[in-house]
Write a protein that binds this ligand. Structure first.
Ligand SMILES: *[C@@H]1O[C@H](CO)[C@@H](O)[C@H](O)[C@H]1NC(C)=O
Ligand SMILES: *[C@@H]1O[C@H](CO)[C@@H](O)[C@H](O)[C@H]1NC(C)=O
Length: 197
């Protein structure tokens, strides 16, 4: 090894060491927690109404609970909206009507799956923590899949107003569910119960 190489390795080692030593910004609990999600900006803004309490407590389980509640509220809204649309609009094509009917069913399942996750979150216990987290991972993944199924049903529909509206709603709902799932996964993998219970 010549001296240049040794020097380069020394610099590299120094950089790696200093990077490892940098801690995440402690100040903003929500922002740093949301970094692990796929849509961090959506994550931060969706939790805004919980900011005061979350920043005060710094509890991962409270944060996950808030994210699940937000995704449930949105899923309920989206579901109610789809029901109204499927009933009210006489201008739906046959394909749109049938796709929308499937979406309404899928959204119903999504609501149930997120509700079950929320119920589980409300009574996390040390002894059953892993099992409970695994249930939640299954349900939140299924909830996400149901949103995808809705979109898939619309693939054959023409690119009209209805399809655009549904896609917009579903994409928003999916982002919230995806983020909640990422936070659930994180809580599960960090054996969060030691910190939170
Ligand atoms: C539900 O929908 C209404 C009207 O579309 C909207 O004003 C409200 O903010 C929505 N709530 C959620 C949680 O998405
Ligand atoms: C999706 O979310 C964005 C950001 O919150 C919002 O501005 C937009 O109106 C939403 N779209 C639909 C179709 O709900």
């Amino acid at each position: 090894m010549d001296s240049t190489t040794v020097f380069a390795l020394f610099i590299l080692a120094a950089i790696l060491t200093s990077t490892a030593a940098v801690k995440p910004q402690g100040g903003d609990f929500i922002t740093s927690s949301c970094k692990i999600t796929r849509y961090p900006d959506v994550c931060v803004s969706s939790l805004r109404s919980y900011a005061a309490s979350l920043e005060a407590k710094h509890s991962q389980s409270e944060l996950v609970k808030a994210a699940v509640i937000v995704s449930l509220a949105n899923a309920r809204n989206t579901s109610a909206w789809a029901v109204t649309l499927s009933k009210s609009s006489k201008s739906l094509s046959k394909i749109e009507r049938s796709a929308l009917k499937d979406c309404v069913e899928n959204f119903g399942d999504t609501k149930d799956q997120i509700s079950q996750s929320l119920a589980e979150l409300k009574h996390l216990k040390r002894g059953t923590f892993k099992f409970q987290m695994s249930n939640m991972q299954t349900w939140m993944s299924a909830a996400l899949t149901n949103e995808d199924s809705c979109l898939n049903g619309f693939q054959a529909a023409r690119n009209g107003r209805v399809k655009m509206l549904v896609q917009g709603r579903v994409q928003n709902a999916s982002k919230l569910i995806s983020n909640a799932l990422a936070l659930v996964n994180n809580l599960a993998s960090t054996a969060g119960y030691r910190k939170l219970l």
